[in-house]
Structures are given as structure tokens and as C-alpha cells.
Design a protein around this ligand. Structure first.
Ligand code: F6R
Length: 241
């Protein structure tokens, strides 16, 4: 596991974006695993900048997002599909049929999970971008006695709904369920890039990266992956420096 601690957010974003750009330059049909939340926004902004400066083309790239809420109204601006269009897809040259998110509006959510896994099986992820929740969740894989390997439907924990309520007008609007890639699917990515920012992530980063490997801290399972790169700002990395 390679851990890099950056002095500034801009340096972290530049490094993260360059990693993706280099991946795509080396493999024009790369498969990228993407995340939402506040953590990746700076990296997506830089990717858009680099695309506009003609440093990179995404025309051959395929993307798979980690997760999506279940049951939000079609086209909801709280959906992760909306977020991805807003922050990345609508600004770069990627065809919409090459971008994938779990279908949180499928009539059969379990079948939708199976279909997602079948697609991932055919198109293994080259680089998977991850943020981390304060409780150690990755995707929507919440701390538990056991974790599911593949894409599955989850009931969101109260703390995760509270953390995400900032994006909604009230906590009651935060969906109760979501579809997420499982930890098994995440670990199948050839490279995993875990990113964290801010002092509020420092404790969980230390626990996940240096503590025991346990399903109670889902991100700790990344310790078992042979190719993980961790990008932290000074605050998130304060207990590791
Ligand atoms: C988002 C996701 C989540 C977030 C995590 C951190 O697709 O899967 O696991 O990465 O909740 O969220 P932020 O970045 O908002 O702190």
C-alpha cells in the first residue's frame, strides 16, 4: 500500500487526476470505477480541465460507479447519476452508454444487482476511486458482522443517512436503501485509489489502514489488496505522518 500525504488539496487533486489521465493514455479503453460524495469533486474538476486542455480523451473509456440510492424519483438531482453528469460526464467526451451506475429504480432491484455484477465480470475495473465514510464504509458497505462480495441492496445506517442529509432538504428525504458494489467487487479492481480529506477522517483512516482487518471497518479489507494507493491531505493523514 502506497500512502501519499499532500500539503494542499490542489496537489492531491492534481496527483489523483494525473493518475487517471496516465491510465487512460496507456490504455484508451480503460475501465474506471468511480465514486460520488464530496471527496472526488476536486479530482473530477481537474479531469475536466485536462480534457478541455486536450490532454486526454475519454472516448474509449468505460466507467462503473460504486453505488446509487434506491427509489429516488427518476432524474432526481440527489441521485448519483445526476451528480456524475454534473461533475464529470457532461463535461467530457464519454458516451452515456459507456457510463454505468447501479439502477436504483429497477422494478427488481436484486436482478439489477446481478446484471451489474455480470457487466463488471466482463469489464474488470482498472482503477477504482474510493472515498471513506466516518464509520469506515466504502461504497455503501457498512460495518457489519459479515460483508457481501457482490453488488447488493443495502439498508442505510442512521449515521450514513445523517451524514448524507446535507445534500437533501431534510433527513426524511434521504433514501433508506441503496445499491452498492460489494467489497468483493471493489477488491477485484486492479488498482484501488482511496482518497480522504479533512481532520474528521483522520481517526478512521488510521484505523482502516493500520488497525485490524475486520468487517466492522469495511475499508480495512483494502489492506488485503496488492495494489492500493492512498491519497490524503495533511489533516486526514495527521495520525500517519
Ligand atoms: C460515494 C460512496 C461513499 C463515500 C463516503 C465518503 O459513492 O460510495 O462511500 O465515498 O461516504 O463521502 P464524502 O466523500 O462525502 O466524505
Amino acid at each position: 500500500m502506497e500512502i501519499i500525504i499532500f500539503d494542499t488539496a490542489a496537489q492531491l487533486d492534481e496527483y489523483g487526476a494525473n493518475y487517471f489521465v496516465n491510465t487512460v493514455k496507456q490504455k484508451s479503453n480503460a475501465v474506471l470505477g468511480l465514486a460520488t460524495g464530496s471527496t472526488p469533486i476536486g479530482i473530477y474538476n481537474k479531469l475536466v480541465e485536462k480534457y478541455k486542455q486536450k490532454e486526454v480523451s475519454f472516448s474509449g473509456v468505460t466507467t462503473y460507479n460504486l453505488d446509487e440510492y434506491a427509489g429516488l424519483p427518476e432524474g432526481s438531482d440527489q441521485s448519483y447519476a445526476y451528480y456524475m453528469n454534473q461533475h464529470l460526464f457532461s463535461h467530457i467526451d464519454i458516451a452515456s452508454n459507456q457510463t454505468h451506475l447501479p439502477n436504483g429504480n429497477a422494478s427488481d432491484l436484486h436482478a439489477a444487482c446481478k446484471e451489474y455484477d455480470a457487466m463488471l465480470e466482463k469489464q474488470p475495473i482498472d482503477v477504482q476511486l474510493l472515498g471513506i465514510g466516518h464509520n469506515g464504509h466504502i461504497g455503501f458497505n457498512e460495518p457489519a458482522e459479515g460483508l457481501q462480495g457482490g453488488t447488493h441492496l443495502v439498508e442505510l445506517k442512521a449515521e450514513t443517512r445523517e451524514a448524507n442529509a446535507r445534500f437533501f432538504s431534510s433527513i426524511d428525504e434521504v433514501p433508506t436503501h441503496a445499491i452498492t458494489m460489494g467489497v468483493g467487487s471493489i477488491l477485484k479492481a486492479k488498482t484501488v485509489m482511496l482518497v480522504a480529506r479533512g481532520a474528521d477522517k483522520a481517526d478512521i483512516i488510521k484505523e482502516a489502514l493500520t488497525g485490524p482487518i475486520t468487517t466492522k471497518v469495511p475499508a480495512s479489507l483494502l489492506q488485503t489488496h496488492p495494489n492500493v494507493i492512498v491519497l490524503l491531505d495533511r489533516e486526514a493523514g495527521r495520525w500517519l505522518a
